[in-house]
Design a protein around this ligand. Sequence first.
Ligand code: CP
Length: 355
Amino acid sequence: MKHLIDPTDLTIGEISEIIALAEDIIANREKYSEVCRGKKLATLFYEPSTRTRLSFTAAMMELGGNVLGFADAKSSSVSKGETVQDTVRVINCFADIIAMRHKVEGAPLAATEVSRTPIINAGDGSHSHPTQTMTDLLTIKRELGTLNNLTIGLVGDLKYGRTVHSLIKAMTRYENTKFILIAPPELALPDYIKHDVCDRYGVEYRESNDIESVIGDVDILYMTRVQQERFTDLDEYERVKDCFVLDAEKMRFAKERMAVLHPLPRVNEIAIDVDSDPRAAYFRQVENGKFVRMALILKLLEWQKSGDKEFTQHGTAMNCKCPNPLCISNLEPVRPRFEHSEGVVRCVYCESQAE
Ligand code: CP
């Protein structure tokens, strides 16, 4: 059984296989139109989504399979108090593969502990969003032709932005990646990503206070939304929400061959005058998301059938409490598990440092 909970659950070789399959699907759509006939994907979305849920739905439909699930936890028995693990035990009776989005960090990982079918993390709180990362990697490959030797500017909400965390984890494994971090101090990249991920793999990063001074250096400018829903203090949100805005004027200083990505939705951070620039790749990125999810569904089902791939459950159960109130281990009856990494003990569900 193989699940996709974190980008590091896939080796570089497996990522290449998925990207190559997505490219083949793009070139030969008809060939894949019946390959999932009789298979069912369950989309369990406990948090709002447009792209991820609908691209999973479109992906399974284009493979000839069917889709069931919920788009709002309030319409399911979750509203009566059913746990994530019990919900998954039930859905295992109905579906062959599950895509789950949850506002609680670590919920998809908790699901893997009981599931008989592959679980795909479709975004868990501020933690991780590996299928967006697969979308980003396919987009970078298609826009620039390579995943090596790239300087990536990451702009906006680097603290709560799960797409940023996952993209950094994935890109540190490619040759000569460099990051430029552009965020207000309140939304700076968490230390665990800087130290445990970038420093550990010897990846160069620097911080900047503005887009203008660095836009000419980047191959990828990865814009993100400041996410109002992650703030407990709305005054703080108001202070930082419009810190960094990309517009056509700033694009004048960008390289001729570069790409602007955004996981979307956007609010104000990319002015609409950028949309007509050929380097604005964010709507092409959305379509890539469908193709890469088609490839991912196919690969996970194939790996399950062949039985030659395993998912590693990290960490050991400890009598220790995760300090993150939004971690599944504090909200549902899930046994806290921790692992040692670079001299610190981290919760396996949300990667918070144990107290
Ligand atoms: N990029 C992304 O996750 O978008 P949705 O929240 O609309 O799924």
